[in-house]
Design a protein around this ligand. Sequence first.
Ligand SMILES: Nc1ncnc2c1ncn2[C@@H]1O[C@H](COP(=O)(O)OP(=O)(O)OP(=O)(O)O)[C@@H](O)[C@H]1O
Ligand SMILES: [Mg+2]
Length: 263
Amino acid sequence: MNADPVTPAPVTPAPVTADRIPLLSARNMTKRFGGLTALGGVDLDLYAGEVLALAGDNGAGKSTLIKCLSGVYQPDDGQLLFGGREVRLGNPREARELGIETIYQDLALAGNLDVGANVFLGREPVRRVFGLFPVLDRPAMRAASQQVLESLDIHTSLDRPVEDLSGGQRQAVAIGRAIHWKARVLIMDEPTAALGVPEQRKVVELIGRLKTQGVGIIFISHNLSDIFAVSDRILVLRRGVMAGERLIHETSGEEIVKLMVGG
Ligand SMILES: Nc1ncnc2c1ncn2[C@@H]1O[C@H](COP(=O)(O)OP(=O)(O)OP(=O)(O)O)[C@@H](O)[C@H]1O
Ligand SMILES: [Mg+2]
């Protein structure tokens, strides 16, 4: 071999790294209810460690869009890509198995169950007595719940039924659950709507923390100050279509309101 020692090795093009592919993409998402087009061809990309806000007036299609992203609705048209691969979500469980967790203000938790049980809702660990009878592994649930809540700086008794918690603590438990199950995408529909100011702050802080852990977050809110506090990008819907998309540091509340209500 007669290789020239001063010739540098050929530079191979940088691979497309995983974090340059959106975690989640929607293309041409379309959903009709009878004669009403609730969503008329919306595109969206969400990257790891990014908070994307969804804004729009009442009835703009925000909830319909996230229901199409979380397996609640099957879109009439359009494509969903997870990590660059096309997926079809038949139901919310399939979305969760991929790592897409959705938090609703009211539907997130089972009020009659305690905090620990809520972290595991629908995915309870089971151990077998005498290698035969399956029983809930309560000590394992307790230990894991305690750990996840402490990691979030949430101090509440694990034995309290969730209906005794404040709105902010409930949100925190729902977020804790998403963390425990290692959500890669977290979708939050109006997480701060029913909360007092300190609790809103707490939720906003938790969103910031998840972002640093690389979770991609879609955040629906009517509250522009929350949106400006946590989001990187904002997508505005109007009557089921995209009214605009902006980087948060390149826009203003005034511009967003204009996009929401139309020219
Ligand atoms: N299950 C349904 N059946 C029929 N129409 C629906 C259904 N869900 C939503 N719609 C309609 O689709 C449109 C979009 O509703 P959607 O709930 O997505 O709006 P939104 O942006 O989340 O509003 P809000 O800010 O009030 O929560 C509305 O006109 C609504 O009435
Ligand atoms: Mg809604």
